[in-house]
Design a protein around this ligand. Structure first.
Ligand SMILES: O=C(O)CCC(=O)C(=O)O
Length: 270
């Protein structure tokens, strides 16, 4: 970790910080989730059994199921392998190098999966330029660890950041379809795309402006996780009693009527 670079530029790319086995086990778990859902919906499996092929076949054969899965990528953040990675020693040591000895987690991991040939005109799956701080509102030195789950090139929707943009502090943002985006602060030439490989970690300030690059080649898929950490020792954070913009809520409405039936419940206890 080069703390001076991070402080000045608002980001730092740590090469090969995480073991590939951890990333591979996450991919395996995501594929398993998708495979089960896929089989349930289409009653068959695609020829090639990989994340891209599950998603592409769903996209082409059952757009409703595809849309449901895309909306539900949050389920991935509930995987133990994903949750565990958040506390990997090399990540916590890097946080210490950024002067975060004790942290709080404002929200669970965020998952972003994009495939250029599965985006529609009205449905670019990536995120427009934004800062993460408004969706956290925690410590001033909050850190984002962005973790590629695939090798990401310039033409596979890379993460694009604006170096030094954290120094501008909180920028005006608009809210569109549940996401923030910064309004007209930077033009395209100021965004810097990051080419990264599995095992690399991009650390960035919660104030660093970033977005998903729109350059996506067909037949490719890129996936990434984003972990967020607040510094529990930041006086600005402590004095406000450790706030987070994320809310926990329980849906008290039953999601469907008349299920599960008593027979369905009994069937799992045979
Ligand atoms: O993965 C990406 O392209 C963008 C992720 C992002 O902006 C976020 O999680 O805040």
């Amino acid at each position: 970790m080069d703390r001076d670079f991070y402080n000045k530029q608002g980001y730092y790319v740590a090469k090969q910080l995480l073991p590939l086995a951890s990333i591979e086990s996450i991919l395996f778990d995501i594929e398993r989730l998708l495979k089960n859902y896929f089989q349930h919906r289409l009653k068959a499996l695609p020829e090639q059994q990989c994340l891209y092929s599950f998603l592409k076949t769903l996209f082409e054969n059952d757009p409703v199921a595809y849309g449901e899965f895309v909306k539900m990528t949050g389920v991935i953040s509930r995987l133990p392998s994903v949750q565990l990675l958040q506390f990997h020693p090399t990540l916590t040591l890097s946080l210490q190098a950024l002067n975060i000895q004790n942290f709080l987690i404002p929200t669970g991991p965020i998952v972003n999966i994009f495939a250029a040939d599965m985006s529609t005109k009205n449905n670019f799956l990536g995120l427009e330029a934004h800062q993460d701080w408004p969706s956290m509102q925690g410590s001033l030195d909050a850190v984002i660890a962005w973790i590629p789950l695939s090798n990401i090139h310039l033409d596979t929707n890379p993460l694009e950041i604006v170096p030094q943009s954290h120094q501008a502090g909180l920028l005006a943002q608009a809210v569109t379809s549940h996401h923030y985006h910064t309004v007209d602060h930077y033009d395209d030439s100021e965004f810097y795309p990051l080419e990264v490989e599995m095992g690399d970690v991009v650390f960035m300030s919660a104030f660093t402006v970033h977005r998903t690059g729109k350059q996506g080649r067909p037949d490719s898929l890129r996936a990434a996780l984003s972990f967020r950490y607040d510094n529990a020792e930041d006086p600005f954070f402590v004095s406000r009693l450790y706030p987070t913009a994320y809310r926990r809520s329980v849906d008290r409405e039953l999601k469907a009527e008349h299920i599960p039936t008593p027979e369905q419940v009994r069937s799992v206890f045979i």
